[in-house]
Every structure is written in structure tokens, then in C-alpha cells.
Design a protein around this ligand. Structure first.
Ligand code: DAH
Length: 363
């Protein structure tokens, strides 16, 4: 009905409009549909609104009556609308409460778990053995002064380890900075830095110009140890290494010290572990060769010795008053022997399955 046409205000017409409105509200199944029905039947341009506007055109006596009937009709439509709004609102809320329900008792799916790298875990573990004895952890830079890596450790300029085929130097060469080939410069740093008594271990990365294969990696890890105090002897070294070996490999492990040469210790030795595989049975027994120890019965673990007095002097410590011992061993080797990790490449490739397979073992 156009607004300029006089509205049909008969009761019949009003009843029809009301009935249409109530039917439309009842038919609306969602609040969106109800909104459309409200606009059509109770909005500003709905038949009832237009009829209300035309009341002014009705002559006096009938106007009051029409007004009352229209008012009642509008009240009925509005009441039905409100009731239907409440109904649909409650139904929608009930449905959302069901649909969006969260069961907090359901098991949670945790994402794939990683594991600390076995080298890191083992370095921590080895460090802990010494912390338990009151030693401290020391650190030094991986890009190190050539003097600390070699000269302070009594390694002369013509020593083969100093050649560029063995050592990675940092350019410009005149800076005399290299990637440390051993953790031993931390010995020199510590002695230069503080007075004895010194009891430190230094776990860390070292670099060598090596090929990358099953038994060599150009970046690997060592644990360095240094003790400087009054009255320290080779016996203290042996006891300390035996304690570390038992902590790493169990009480049955056998060690031996085999004379060797290192510029920074005198006397020096290599420390060997009794072969885990053949337990020495392959020695002189061609019928049962052992690949692990190459039928030697022993496998090399690291180097050690009594600190050379020349090193103490270079680091400002009086060798008449103090003596010390030092040792250094490869963490990768320790992991190989301890956890049966045969291929060093597994240790650098970063496959989480390798870390997971050793999870807990290195504790
Ligand atoms: N720095 C030696 C190496 O990398 C290992 C070593 C030997 C460390 C004797 C020491 C030591 O502290 O006394 O082969």
C-alpha cells in the first residue's frame, strides 16, 4: 500500500495485517529471518505503520476508535515479535552452548617432542661430575688468539699443528686469530686471569681443517680440565680421570695412561679405555680380530699430563710453589664409546630421531 493512499482501517483489514505479521514471525526460523519479518511487518514502511500515519485523515468521531484498534493491533504485533525474538535467541544460545562446548577432560595432543642434542647433554653430564667435586666450569671464545692456542701452551711456531692444513685461521692472517683447535687455551686464559688454587673444566667446540667422514668432523667438542694447586702430582691426575671414566662408563671400566708427548704437559700421556667390545681378547689373537680397538685391546680417549712449568711461567704462576695437571678428551668419542654411536655424521646432521634415540641415555 502506497503511503499517499488512504489506508483500509476496517477491523477486517487490521486483523489480516496482524495475522500476516504473526504468521511471518512464526515462520522465521533464525534471528536473521526474524529481522527481515520485523522490517516488513513492524518497520517504518510496514502496513501498520502506514495505517497509523493515515489516521490523521479520518474524520473526528471515527478517528478515536480507529486509533484504539490500531494501537491494539500494533501492541499485539510487537508482543508477538518480542516473544519470537526471545524464543529464537534462547534456541540459538542453547545451540551455541552445545556446539561450542569444550571438553576440558579430553586428552591434549602435544606436538612432536624434541630432545637435547646428545653432545650437549653429555657435556652437561661430564661438567656435573666435576661440579660435584667442587670444580668450576670455565669458558673461552671459539675465535681465539693464536698466542693462547699455541704459544702460551709451549707450542713453537714450527709445530706442524700450526700449519694451515691443520688449523683454520681467521682472515686477515696478520690478526693472528684462529678457530681454536683445542679447548686448552682456556687453561692459559684461566691461569692468566686468576690465582691458584684452580680447578676448572671447560666443555666446548673446537675446529680443525679435517675431512668430514664417519670418524672425523671439522667441528667437534672437547672437555678440558685443569687443576693447579700446591703439591699436585700425577697420582691426582690418575685418580681424577678414573673417577670421570667410572662416572661415564660404569665402575667396571679400566683405564691406562700411555706415555705420549704434548708441549704443554711434562710428563704427558694419552689415556686409554679398555676396549668395550673385545675386552682385550683380540690382542695377539688373529682368529678373533676386533674392529673397535683394531686388536689393540685399548682405545684412545684423550690426552693428559702434568702442567709443563714453562706454561705456568708463561701464565704468571710460580712453578716452585704450584704444580698442576691437565687433560682433554673428545666429547664425540665419549659418546661413541658410551652410547654406541658408531657414525660421527649422525652427531652433526641434526636429525631429531638421533637425539630422541639417545634421550635419557646421556643422563
Ligand atoms: N689439547 C689436546 C688435544 O686436542 C688434548 C690434551 C692433551 C689436553 C693433554 C690437555 C693435556 O689438557 O694436558 O689433542
Amino acid at each position: 500500500m502506497a503511503p499517499d493512499q488512504p489506508a483500509d482501517l476496517s477491523q477486517n483489514a487490521i486483523d489480516r495485517v496482524v495475522a500476516d505479521a504473526l504468521a511471518a514471525f512464526a515462520a522465521a526460523g533464525t534471528s536473521v529471518e526474524l529481522k527481515a519479518a520485523r522490517l516488513a511487518h513492524a518497520g517504518e514502511r510496514s502496513p501498520l505503520a502506514l495505517a497509523n500515519r493515515s489516521i490523521g485523515t479520518i474524520p473526528g468521531p471515527e478517528r478515536k476508535d480507529a486509533g484504539q484498534r490500531l494501537g491494539a493491533a500494533r501492541a499485539a504485533v510487537n508482543a508477538a515479535l518480542t516473544a519470537r525474538e526471545d524464543e529464537l535467541g534462547a534456541a540459538e544460545l542453547a545451540r551455541r552452548l552445545v556446539e561450542e562446548r569444550v571438553d576440558v577432560t579430553l586428552p591434549v595432543e602435544v606436538g612432536p617432542q624434541g630432545a637435547p642434542h646428545p653432545i650437549t647433554a653429555l657435556m652437561d653430564l661430564m661438567g656435573d661430575v666435576f661440579i660435584a667435586m667442587g670444580w668450576e666450569i670455565a669458558e673461552g671464545p671459539e675465535a681465539e688468539a693464536e698466542w693462547l692456542n699455541f704459544d702460551a701452551l709451549n707450542t713453537r711456531p714450527d709445530h706442524p699443528a700450526r700449519s694451515t692444513t691443520d688449523t683454520l685461521f681467521v682472515e686477515p692472517l696478520a690478526s693472528h686469530v684462529l678457530l681454536r683447535t683445542q679447548t686448552s687455551p682456556v687453561q692459559a686464559r684461566t691461569m692468566l686471569d686468576r690465582e691458584p688454587p684452580i680447578y676448572i673444566v671447560c666443555p666446548g667446540k673446537v675446529y680443525r681443517a679435517d675431512e668430514f667422514d664417519a670418524t672425523h668432523v671439522p667441528v667437534f667438542h672437547q672437555l678440558e680440565g685443569l687443576c693447579v694447586d700446591r703439591g699436585i702430582t700425577l697420582a691426582h691426575l690418575k685418580g681424577t680421570l678414573d673417577h670421570l671414566a667410572r662416572s661415564m662408563f660404569g665402575d667396571d671400566i679400566e683405564t691406562r695412561m700411555r706415555p705420549h708427548f704434548f708441549p704443554f704437559t711434562e710428563p704427558s700421556a694419552e689415556v686409554d679405555l679398555k676396549c668395550f667390545v673385545c675386552h682385550g681378547a683380540s690382542v695377539g689373537n688373529p682368529d678373533a680380530p676386533c674392529r673397535t680397538c683394531r686388536s689393540q685391546g685399548w682405545i684412545e680417549w684423550g690426552g693428559c699430563g702434568v702442567v709443563n712449568p714453562r706454561v705456568l711461567i708463561a701464565c704468571g704462576i710460580d712453578p716452585e710453589v704450584y704444580s698442576g695437571f691437565a687433560f682433554g678428551m673428545g666429547i664425540e668419542r665419549t659418546l661413541m664409546f658410551r652410547n654406541n654411536a658408531a657414525d660421527m655424521r649422525d652427531m652433526v646432521e641434526g636429525d631429531v630421531r638421533f637425539s630422541r634415540s639417545l634421550k635419557g641415555m646421556a643422563r
